[in-house]
Design a binder for this molecule. Structure first.
Ligand code: CP
Ligand code: NVA
Length: 309
């Protein structure tokens, strides 16, 4: 049966740890043409640098091929119904990585396609980012369980996937946002269930300094995500006390890692120059998108495709 990755919750702890361990090992090896003759469609409703290039390079290095489909040319749900796009693409390609506004679009794509569908970012989650981030933390710290990640900022797609991932693997998760920008209840309750099994401790607060205290990793993301441009003014006001800077980092452990999925807004959610600080892991994080996604693609495409129906 085909396996999709629409949410971190589609994976269990063993699968996450397996992906991370495998990616850590294979990134040091010369890539094998494991996906020779296979094609990935990149169906994007929003702009991208890292996700598009890392998926395209992943397929290229594995001997496969990718086709980028921009928002304008397909018009998912506008020019053509999502379900029809899914059925048509399934007849041509071996997998679909889709970047969408709504999670519902991903669910319809997955429900109507006979090939694996990967969430390449939706308004709800960014699972490929979270998995790559955990690979980066594992490489730098040598473990995951028992570490504390403090997310300072918006309860957005990136925060949701990181939260679920941390709760699955036994990392403690501190979260600080202004009122009204917390992680939503549906995601919280899933994470709490995972945490009860893994032993993760969860701290939710509106105080960024409290969240940063004793953290192994300080993580932030943009205050205005793609699609929220109309709320930009209001959001910048709400988040003004939530910038990650030297003062905040000084409350964390001495060997703290600073992380951000990028793109970043210098002088907004981070102080100017922070990306190049010795504590920053952001460019390793960006590189690891490639390594993690190569492992993921090999896992999801390991079954040969059956043509037609
Ligand atoms: N981090 C990330 O997903 O970047 P892009 O939006 O550039 O793909
Ligand atoms: N939260 C950001 C992440 C970009 C990688 C967005 O959705 O725009």
């Amino acid at each position: 049966m085909k396996k999709d990755l629409l949410s971190i919750a589609d994976l269990n702890r063993k699968e996450i740890e397996g992906l991370i361990e495998k990616a850590r090992r294979t990134k040091k090896e010369v890539p094998m043409p494991l996906l020779s003759g296979r094609t990935l469609a990149l169906l994007f409703e929003k702009p991208s640098l890292r996700t598009r290039v890392s998926f395209e390079m992943a397929m290229y290095q594995l001997g496969g091929h990718s086709i980028y489909l921009s928002p304008e040319e397909v018009g998912v749900g506008k020019r053509e119904a999502v379900a029809d796009v899914a059925q048509v693409l399934s007849r041509y390609v071996d997998a679909i990585a889709a970047r969408t506004f709504s999670q519902e679009t991903l669910r319809i794509l997955a429900g109507h396609s006979s090939v694996p569908v990967i969430n390449a970012l939706s308004d709800l989650e960014h699972p490929c980012q979270a998995l790559s981030d955990l690979l980066t933390i594992y490489e730098k710290k040598g473990k995951l369980a028992g570490l504390t990640l403090a997310f300072i900022g918006d309860g957005n797609n990136v925060a949701n996937s990181l939260f679920l991932c941390a709760c699955l693997v036994g990392m403690n998760f501190h979260f600080a946002s202004p009122r009204g920008y917390e992680i939503k209840n549906g995601v919280l309750s899933k994470g709490r269930k995972f945490a009860a099994l893994s032993g993760s401790r969860i701290q939710l607060t509106n105080d960024p300094y409290k969240a940063a205290k004793g953290a192994d990793v300080i993580y932030t993301d943009v205050w205005v995500s793609m699609g929220q441009e109309m709320e930009a003014k209001k959001r910048r006001r709400a988040f003004s006390g939530y910038q990650v800077d030297d003062k905040l980092l000084s409350l964390a452990k001495k060997d703290v890692l600073f992380m951000h999925p990028l793109p970043a807004h210098h002088g907004e959610e981070i102080s100017v120059g922070l990306l190049d600080d010795p504590r920053s892991a952001v460019f390793d994080e960006a590189e690891n998108r490639l390594h993690l996604q190569k492992t993921l693609l090999v896992r999801l495409l390991s079954n040969p495709k059956v043509s037609g129906r």
